[in-house]
Design a protein around this ligand. Structure first.
Ligand code: FAD
Ligand code: 2HG
Ligand code: ZN
Length: 472
């Protein structure tokens, strides 16, 4: 039976559109963190929406499951096939054309396999900004960004992937192509399939193209690295910065010295704007301005000057050049990779809590973790301006990181996620559910929402062939 499906797929996609050699398939069968390793019957690489539709119909005929895959940078194991070797990975790599740029409409239409950085560069060529910014932007793809509703460092000003998307083209599990690529900002015509597919992690359809919003390119960007005594001070600073800078405030990232220490040990970072052990917390803040560099710098410097005077800031370094700003950002982006490089597998949490309650959440949660595991380490960092932090738990020094993770992850998830729920938060802010948090969603999900999600899944994918084992 498999041979018949493979020959049908080969007929549809041609030799260039299929990978069956085990060594060539291998990179598609493991996730970025190397936590999940699966196998696949074949990797299919369609080059048009019509080819995607044909392969979906062929897989349905042979009752074969499909795992859509973009840049394979996801953090929840959502793009990895299971170990049966019976599922088909559909890589979007060859669906990588920029279809149209409408500068006057501030929109761009691209295929799902366009790499995020290529999209940013294409927008810049037209003197426009595409603002989605994440550490993996050199390899993640816009289809994957939408399917996971990616967030990143510019959500505060521009919103997450969902808020940046105007229209979508997608293939549903029945092989029909949804054509909804309009570049419209207002379009109320019943249920929004676009919004249903965004964040669905490949379980409801394959996104083949999208029309995304563009923005005016800011004339100036000012970046500051700020040392603070406490998380409360960081949150208080955010209140002031948001009130005074308003829409100029584009990023407000919280960084813990533990992450800086790991970045230094990974060799990715040689020096810091301020000594890394000079404060309990750091904030990387960026403001962008449509007016001028002088205007932006003055606004930030006045605001930070007042905060220093009031004693709420310990110290601050403002980037004087683009190179200094880039090196501040390089430190921030090095943290995620460094964690895995220098410490190995750790227990990841990607949580959101109302920003007003985050400091208290951290106090209570860290105390509960420390009470049970003396010396436990938490690298808590990320998008505090969005109320989203990565709450990554590491074994106490001198214990074995990998076995600690294997044995204790369930108990630790319970400690962290119970408190997230207690504080009115979410167990998945931007990385999605995938297979990593599927049981957590089953445990914490609102029953009525879970039932509605299952009904939607059943209606669109009655055979359960789209990315089974993920999300629900
Ligand atoms: P993949 O990993 O290939 O797939 C992700 C999910 O989307 C899977 O469920 C897959 O089946 C589905 N999918 C992929 N393409 C399609 C398609 N065309 N149609 C339907 N389903 C599809 N994420 C953030 O949100 N914010 C961050 O700040 C951030 N920083 C990161 C930093 C690093 C260093 C790394 C490695 C990752 C980071 N991520 C971040 C996670 C990841 O990069 C994002 O989730 C990204 O959006 C995934 O895109 P991808 O193309 O790699 O998707
Ligand atoms: C980031 O913000 C990413 O750097 C990755 O979302 C977070 O490694 C992580 O936990
Ligand atoms: Zn993040």
């Amino acid at each position: 039976m498999s041979t018949t499906l493979l020959s049908a797929l080969r007929e549809t996609l041609g030799e260039r559109g299929m990978i069956t050699d085990p060594a060539e398939k291998a990179p598609y069968c493991v996730d970025w963190r190397k936590k999940y390793v699966g196998d696949t019957l074949a990797v299919c690489l369609p080059s048009s929406a019509l080819e995607v539709a044909a392969l979906v119909r062929q897989c349905a005929e042979f009752n074969t499951a499909i795992v859509p895959q973009g840049g394979n940078t996801g953090m929840s194991g959502a793009a990895t096939p299971d170990s049966s070797g019976k599922q088909i990975v559909v890589s979007m790599k060859r669906l990588n054309r920029v279809r149209a740029v409408d500068t006057a409409n501030y929109s761009i239409t691209v295929e799902a396999g366009v790499i995020l950085q290529t999209l940013q560069d294409e927008a810049a060529k037209h003197d426009r900004l595409f603002p989605l910014a994440i550490g993996s932007q050199g390899s993640c793809m816009i289809g994957g960004n939408l399917a996971s509703n990616a967030g990143g460092t510019a959500v505060l000003r521009y919103g997450n992937a969902r808020e940046l998307c105007l229209g979508i083209e997608a293939v549903l599990p029945n092989g029909e192509i949804v054509n909804a690529l309009q570049g419209l900002r207002k379009n109320n015509v019943g249920y929004s399939l676009r919004d249903l597919l965004i964040g669905s992690e490949g379980t409801l359809g394959i996104i083949t193209a999208a029309t995304m919003k563009l923005f005016p390119r800011p004339k100036a960007q000012v970046t500051a690295w700020i040392a603070l005594e406490s998380m409360d001070d960081a949150i208080a600073l955010f209140q002031v910065a948001f009130a005074k800078l308003g829409a100029m405030l584009t990023a407000f990232e919280l960084i813990h010295p533990l992450g800086l220490e790991m970045a230094e040990r990974s060799d990715a970072v040689k020096s810091f704007p301020l000594p890394r052990d000079s404060a309990n917390w750091f904030v990387l803040m960026e403001a962008s301005d449509g007016e001028s560099e002088a205007h932006a710098t003055a606004a930030i410097e006045v605001m930070l000057g007042e905060e220093i005077e009031a004693g709420r800031i310990l110290d601050v370094a403002v980037a004087g050049t683009m190179a200094q700003s880039q090196s501040m950002w390089a430190i921030r982006e090095a943290i995620s990779v460094a964690q895995s490089m220098v410490e190995g597998p750790h227990i990841k949490h990607d949580i959101s809590v109302p920003i007003s309650r985050f400091a208290e959440f951290h106090r209570v949660t860290f105390a509960a973790l420390s009470e049970r595991y003396s010396g436990i380490r938490v690298n808590c960092f990320g998008h505090i301006g969005d109320g989203n932090l990565h709450y990554n738990v590491f074994a106490p020094l001198a214990s074995d990181q990998a076995s600690f993770g294997n044995v204790e992850s369930e108990a630790i998830n319970r400690i962290v996620h119970d408190r997230v729920v207690e504080f009115g938060g979410s167990i998945s802010a931007e990385h999605g559910i995938g297979q990593l948090r599927r049981d957590e969603l089953a445990h914490y999900g609102d029953p009525a929402s879970m039932q509605a999600m299952r009904a939607i899944k059943q209606a669109l994918d009655p055979k359960g062939l789209f990315n089974p084992g993920k999300v629900i």
